[in-house]
Design a binder for this molecule. Sequence first.
Ligand code: FAD
Length: 241
Amino acid sequence: MFRLKGGNQLLPDTFARLLGERVRKNCKVTTLTHDAGGVAVTFTEGPDKKEQTLKGDYAVMCVSPLMIAGIQVTPGWPEAKKFALEHTPMGMQSRIVLQAKTRFWEGDTLPSINLETGNSTMGLVYECAGEVPGESCVLMGSGPPVLSAEDALAAFRKFYPGHNKDSIERAIVHEWWKEEPLAFGCERHAFALGKLARIWPHLIQPVGRVHFAGAAYDNLPWGQDAATRSARRVALAIDGV
Ligand SMILES: Cc1cc2nc3c(=O)[nH]c(=O)nc-3n(C[C@H](O)[C@H](O)[C@H](O)COP(=O)(O)OP(=O)(O)OC[C@H]3O[C@@H](n4cnc5c(N)ncnc54)[C@H](O)[C@@H]3O)c2cc1C
């Protein structure tokens, strides 16, 4: 697994620093108006939630379909786009972190601790930061959006197929959507049988000067791959105009 020294958050933070005042963080968009000549978004900023408007040539909605419904759009979406946005299934997950004193699975019957578990409480487990020196280690996993650390640890102990006693000393569950209520919906799930023809390609198509990027707006299954590729598609589309 590859990652940036200092954490992957460095990447968006560096983009934001280089873009300077053009990046406004923690602003909730409440309305979007668009016509053949341009777009305008209304948003609230700061602790007093002061309402402001920003005009532009294009808008790129990098917002999960689950959250787009909360933005008032004028004129409203065409019928095909509306159907696609309202029927695109989005998943939610929590991040599970298990801190262990030793690589207790080594020397056990397992070829690796990187497992698809078949357990609905902790669907995946894999070692992270293995290059960090020292005996202790970190295992990561994914769970349902609402999960306690105790239940995550109990699930691990239930599905762990080895015989060695684990040396886990701490379990943490990060229910990220509680801290960032607008970041709701993470990866797109498969479309229900019979729905694809009504959703595709309307989901990814622009509406006039409004484009769509993010994990939902691509046909790759993994969230970050889909989000990155859709952003490139939109950047090329706008740049090519
Ligand atoms: C626990 C967990 C594990 C994951 N593991 C993987 C993995 O292994 N591989 C992988 O590829 N993906 C993984 N993902 C998924 C991946 O993180 C997401 O698919 C990806 O980050 C989505 O990017 P995005 O830009 O589409 O949406 P987000 O990163 O959710 O960005 C949308 C943004 O829109 C903002 N927003 C919403 N409404 C408004 C509004 N009205 N006004 C202003 N802003 C608004 C939100 O605050 C948010 O910042 C995982 C996700 C989770 C939670």
